[in-house]
Design a protein around this ligand. Structure first.
Ligand SMILES: N[C@@H](CCC(=O)N[C@@H](CS)C(=O)NCC(=O)O)C(=O)O
Length: 216
């Protein structure tokens, strides 16, 4: 049995779970909360201490990008990495845009401030940090994506790892009470709605919303 280790509200854990769902692969989720209360032996599974980590029999891996690339080789259908060299690279670029571009703002300055800090570390939200992020840092990130969307997906005409890597970050943004303004970013708002309505995303959003009470 395959096992994903991590906390389900993590955008990176969700990314791997969406990949597994899109490929129709069975797995179990084992709850691991990174940080001070990490379980004994965790660093053997995840040398950097981050979630997700993954086990497939006696093989272990960490990092959502690495796990997703492994799963593509294990189960090539449906492909989530384009065959065309440039499309392949563009899909990886959007995956990186989620990790390196969106996370430092959506994650560190909004989701952490509004959700993780108050709920798990007893911290008070610094609304000035959140407001500044929403007003000045989020818009250029969304402007770029709006300009990249020419069709149903970010790359080509089918779902890729780029879509999964970007949209999983928007799920956390929504949990933190921030949605994409449809009047300012119409293509992006429709795109995020479309991708999150896929059964792979929708099932996890339902599970996480009821487990954590997001948006209630
Ligand atoms: N590049 C990593 C990022 C994973 C990551 O940052 N996970 C966060 C949770 S969303 C984490 O484990 N943070 C704990 C830490 O950095 O110690 C991936 O794609 O898996």
């Amino acid at each position: 049995m395959r096992t994903v280790y991590g906390v389900s509200a993590s955008p990176f854990v969700r990314k791997v779970r969406v990949v597994l769902a899109e490929k129709g692969l069975d797995y179990q989720l084992e709850a691991v909360f990174p940080g001070p209360q990490e379980p004994a032996g965790w660093r053997k599974l995840s040398p950097l201490g981050k979630v997700p980590a993954f086990r497939d029999g006696d093989r272990t891996l960490s990092d959502s990008s690495i796990i997703s690339a492994y799963l593509e080789r294990v189960a090539p259908e449906p492909p989530l990495y384009p065959r065309d060299p440039y499309d392949y690279a563009r899909a990886l670029w959007f995956e990186e845009y989620g990790d390196g571009g969106l996370v430092p703002v959506f994650g560190a300055k909004i989701f952490f401030q509004r959700i993780v800090g108050p709920r798990f570390f007893g911290q008070t939200t610094d609304e000035a940090v959140v407001d500044r992020a929403i007003e000045t840092e989020v818009p250029p990130l969304l402007d770029y994506l709006e300009g990249q969307l020419t069709g149903e997906f970010l790359v080509g005409n089918r779902l890729t790892i780029g879509d999964i890597g970007v949209v999983t970050q928007f799920v956390n943004l929504r949990y933190a009470g921030v949605s994409v303004d449809v009047t300012r970013w119409p293509k992006l708002a429709a795109y995020v709605g479309r991708i999150t309505a896929r059964p792979s995303f929708a099932a996890l959003i339902e599970e996480e919303t009821s487990a954590f009470g997001f948006g209630q």
